[in-house]
Design a protein around this ligand. Structure first.
Ligand code: PMP
Ligand code: GLN
Length: 382
């Protein structure tokens, strides 16, 4: 995690946001919205601060947010959860992922993820002394080869960590893939961890919560967060749902990571989770339109553009523009076009990274006028 000179190496997201700030370029690198979410959610946080909800909340999270998470899982996925034993509030999905992996892994235990993968997975598996095995998602559709998955999951596998909708590719994993994950986890007695922070941001294919599949519930730690759904990425309110004994195991670690966080933001996220269905479909519709505008701009600029069915992100190929290395394009993009993006290499390693070196991720979770301006600037590349 340290650079060659012994300093802390910033994540690619921090590095690219700093590059955008330094150059004044439009930041389509780090995935965060540039507008506030619903007023009802913001007002609830302000009200909670004014009402004095500013001290440590309970270790499991405030009861009303745990209840709101359980209600949300019932409303959208038909799942019945005990809010007192099967829901744990965390400091974002980031902490839920870290505490889960630290709780489950003994040195040498293997964790299987798809590749590319959210950078935190690799870092925390390494911190826990685990071994990270990956199954590639092949462009253009970024679907896994299920036989490859069957070969990779073995009795050494402690956990299979599945992110859908998928950052960075925008893929929404289908039922066959998720069912295969469950079968393999059962066969090899592995825990399943799901990262569904983009669960409401799909543009066609529906998000399937893996824990709703037969046989999955009793071995799944399902993770999500309020950041993407309510445009509150800086609040860091996340959660996980799991059988009581798995919640207890994760809580044992979590209490020594942050202990608790976000007292006044917890009731606000509870208010968000109780917004009417129209809110949730509305955000996906608005985002689908933004994806279309940015994807069209990237195509017009000469990129090869891959389809994105969900998340904040679209992957584009810089090779047709004469950049076989996406890293090189990302370094030069502020100067060439006044835009910042993230190379796909930040989410992969070794042979896969080499094979996909020309791919770059762009975020479209920005105001429409910002995306239109980015498209105009990118046209300079053509
Ligand atoms: N998982 C994925 C796939 C993400 O993209 C992100 C954040 N961008 C996180 C987890 C972290 O979520 P949070 O901000 O709630 O910690
Ligand atoms: N998840 C966001 C992204 O992929 C931001 C993550 C971060 O800054 N750690 O861009």
């Amino acid at each position: 995690l340290l650079g060659a000179d012994g300093s802390v190496r910033p994540t690619i997201f921090a590095e690219m946001s700093a590059l955008a700030a330094r150059t004044g370029a439009i930041n389509l690198g780090q995935g965060f919205p540039d507008e506030d979410g619903p007023a009802a959610v913001l007002d609830a946080a302000v009200a909670a601060i004014r009402a004095g909800e500013n001290q440590y909340p309970p270790g499991m999270g405030i009861a009303d947010l745990r209840l709101a998470v359980a209600e949300h899982q019932k409303r959208f996925y038909g799942l019945d959860l005990d809010p007192d034993r099967e829901v744990l509030i965390t400091a974002g999905a980031t902490e839920a992922i870290a505490a889960t992996l630290l709780a489950l892994l003994e040195p040498g235990d293997e964790v299987v993820t798809f590749e590319p993968y959210y950078d935190e997975y690799g870092a925390v598996i390494a911190l826990a002394g685990g071994v990270h095995r990956t199954v590639p998602l092949e462009p253009p559709a970024f679907r896994p080869d299920l036989d490859r998955l069957r070969e990779t999951v073995t009795d050494r596998t402690r956990a299979i960590l599945v992110n859908t909708p998928h950052n960075p590719t925008g893929t929404v994993l289908d039922r066959e893939t998720l069912t295969t994950v469950v079968e393999l986890a059962e066969r090899h007695d592995a825990v399943i961890i799901t990262d569904s922070v983009y669960e409401h941001l799909t543009f066609g294919p529906e998000h399937i919560p893996l824990e709703s599949l037969p046989g999955a519930r009793e071995r799944t730690i399902a993770i999500s967060s309020g950041g993407k759904t309510f445009n509150t990425t800086g609040w860091k309110v996340g959660w996980l749902t799991a059988p009581p004994e798995l919640v207890t195991a994760v809580l044992a670690v979590k209490q020594f990571l942050t202990y608790v966080n976000g007292a006044p933001f917890q009731p606000a996220i509870a208010a968000g989770l109780r917004l009417p269905d129209a809110y949730f479909t509305g955000i996906a519709d608005a985002l689908a339109h933004k994806r279309d505008v940015l994807s069209a701009g990237l195509s017009a600029a000469g990129f090869g553009v891959f389809p994105s069915d969900g998340t904040y992100f679209v992957v584009a190929d810089a090779a047709p523009l004469g950049f076989p290395e996406g890293v090189e394009l990302c370094r030069r993009l502020p100067e060439l076009a006044g835009v910042v993006a993230v190379p796909l290499g930040a989410f992969s390693r070794g042979e896969y990274a080499a094979r996909t070196a020309s791919l770059v991720r762009f975020a479209f979770c920005k105001r429409m006028e910002v995306l239109e301006e980015a498209a105009r600037r990118l046209a300079a590349l053509a």
